[in-house]
Every structure is written in C-alpha cells, then in structure tokens.
Design a protein around this ligand. Structure first.
Ligand code: AP5
Ligand code: MG
Length: 214
C-alpha cells in the first residue's frame, strides 16, 4: 500500500499514521519528524530547516524532495510507504509523481482528514509529544498515564515550540495557501479519500481503513 496523508496541521495525521503503519506493515515517514530529529542532532539538514519551522513556514521544496527521494530508496519502502506531511505543495506532488514513476510504483490513495479550525487550534494547544519515540498525547483528550512520561517508552514528554503563539496561525495560513490546492489535485486523479476527523481516534482510523477498501 502506497499512501499519503496531506492534511492540515494538528488534524491527527501523526496519530493516524502510527496506526496505519502498523495495520499495513509499511513505514511511517513523517517529514516533520525527520526535520525535528535533524534539529535535535544539529545536523546540516536540521540547521537548514530550523528557521523555517520556527516561523511556521515550509522548508524549501528542493530540501524536502531530496530527503524523500533518499528515504523512498531504502529497502523497507519496497513493501509500501505512508507519507505524513509530504507532499505539501504542487511542486512536491509533481516531484513525487516523477519519483514513483522511476520506481515503477503507483499511489493507492491520498487521505484528507477534515477538522474544523477551532478543533485544530485546540489540538495543537494541548498537544504533548514524546521526545524519544514521537508518540502524540493531548493534555485534555488523551494525556499520558503519568504526567510528563511516555506510556510507550518512558521517554520525556514536551510541547513542540511551533505549537505556541503566532506560529500556529502561520502554519494554518501556509496550509490554506500552499497545501489545500492538493485536494483538487488528487481528486482529479481519483485518489482522494476524505474522512471526518471530528470523531474519536479509533473511529477516524476505522473510516480510513474502510475508505481504502482494506
Ligand atoms: P509537521 O510535523 O508535519 O507538522 P504539521 O503538518 O503542522 O502537523 P502536526 O504534526 O502539527 O499535526 P498532526 O496532523 O500530525 O496531528 P497529531 O496527530 O500530532 O511539520 C512541521 C514543520 O516541518 C512544518 O511547519 C514545516 O516547517 C516543516 N515541514 C514538514 N513537512 C514539510 C514539507 N513536506 N515541505 C516543507 N516543509 C515541511 O494530532 C494533534 C493533536 O490532536 C495531538 O495532541 C493528538 O493527541 C490530538 N488528536 C489527534 N486525533 C484526535 C482526535 N480524533 N480527537 C481528539 N484529539 C486528537
Ligand atoms: Mg505530525
């Protein structure tokens, strides 16, 4: 199964991707997680991405396309992949099409999870993330059992710096301007699956699986 999740910030793509990756036995590839890890390790990629991420802007296409090209060439992607947060621009979508053509692969679906703006803001404001394994929690809707400690790996839990203040509004407006046009782009290719994200995590997951006919 070759899937992409190209939905607004805070709509639950990371949360759903973790379940979908397990269900279909495919790697969950999040460009945001890759940039955050590079940032933590202070690599060249991390330093390049830092300013853009902190400002809520997109990292330049050529940088992002490069890391996806390398990642899709790894052996674990032979059985399929789930892209979380890529593509985010029409240029990235066209680049993905070319990459897949070279690899002789087709996309199976582009998943769009719809969540209202007030819910997106509430989800980002309360989000808590494990610094070690990346698991997402929410202070109100799904807190960890022990405050500050990840249920899955006992890692330290933190709040993302881009989940606060004006950066959140900026991320939403960047989504509207640069990523929302991909909804039409994939609809025209008959690949779009639109799911309501305004329900419990497990109900969203069940709807996605059903939309894939799996
Ligand atoms: P990225 O990490 O991709 O961030 P994002 O798109 O802003 O998405 P989020 O991770 O914020 O949200 P999510 O949809 O994963 O939601 P989650 O599951 O955590 O990108 C960060 C930055 O990296 C970008 O701003 C950009 O600078 C750069 N970047 C990344 N990719 C790029 C690209 N392709 N090109 C250029 N730049 C790129 O859920 C959110 C919260 O809601 C959690 O607390 C969760 O517990 C809760 N929740 C989830 N589902 C539900 C539910 N059903 N009910 C109640 N609560 C829920
Ligand atoms: Mg995410």
């Amino acid at each position: 199964m070759n899937l992409i999740l190209m939905v607004p910030p805070g709509s639950g793509k990371g949360t759903q991707a973790a379940f979908l990756g397990q269900r279909f036995g495919i790697p969950h590839i999040s460009t945001g997680d890759m940039f955050r890890e590079a940032l933590q390790q202070k690599t060249e990629l991390g330093l390049k991405a830092k300013g853009y991420m902190e400002a809520g802007q997109l990292v330049p296409d050529e940088v992002t396309i490069g890391i996806i090209r390398d990642r899709l060439a790894e052996p674990d992607c032979e059985k399929g992949f789930l892209l979380d947060g890529f593509p985010r621009t029409v240029v990235q979508a066209e680049a993905l099409k070319e990459l897949l053509k070279k690899l002789n692969r087709d996309l199976d679906a582009a998943i769009n999870i719809e969540v209202s703006r007030p819910s997106l803001l509430a989800r980002m404001a309360g989000r808590l993330v494990c610094r070690n394994c990346g698991a997402a929690y929410h202070a109100e809707y799904g807190p960890p059992q022990i405050s500050g400690i990840c249920d899955k790996c006992q890692g330290e839990i933190y709040q993302r710096s881009d989940d606060a203040g004006p950066t959140v509004e900026k991320r939403l407006s960047v989504y509207e301007a640069q990523t929302a046009p991909l909804i039409d782009y994939y609809e025209k290719q008959n690949l779009l699956r639109t799911i309501s994200g305004e329900q419990e995590v497990q109900a969203v997951f069940a709807d996605i699986v059903q939309s894939l006919g799996a």
